[in-house]
Design a protein. Structure first.
Length: 114
């Protein structure tokens, strides 16, 4: 379960921002998670609930997860399509000369603080 390591990394980033900005409490963190990032949303939120108990700044905060759709680009016909539906083969021209545009990223989108 790599989600715990990701949670610790997010917490470090938020705690550093909290220190820089003299924050006393964070109520929520919104995380964007790509469909093909390999992160399981329920696992990361469960890890968050456990891990934030150890942080005065983050204790009791909520982790909100927003999905990012996986979209693939085809070099053959220069169209985009849903990666989850069609995988690597372009549904328009059947080319395998494709690459992922979005859906693999993990971003801190928003921090709600007091």
């Amino acid at each position: 379960m790599h989600e715990l390591g990701i949670v610790f990394s997010i917490m470090e980033s938020v705690e550093a921002l909290g220190k820089e900005n003299d924050l006393t409490k964070v109520s929520s963190v919104t995380l964007e998670v790509g469909e093909v990032s390999g992160i399981v949303p329920i696992f990361i939120t469960d890890c968050w609930k456990w891990a934030v108990e150890k942080s005065p700044l983050l204790n009791g905060s909520e982790l909100k997860v927003e999905p990012i759709k996986a979209v693939t680009f085809c070099n053959g016909c220069e169209k985009t399509y849903s990666t989850m539906e069609y995988k690597k083969i372009c549904p328009y021209c059947q080319s395998e000369d494709t690459y992922l545009l979005t859906g693999n990223e993990v971003n801190i989108k928003e921090i709600e603080a007091m």
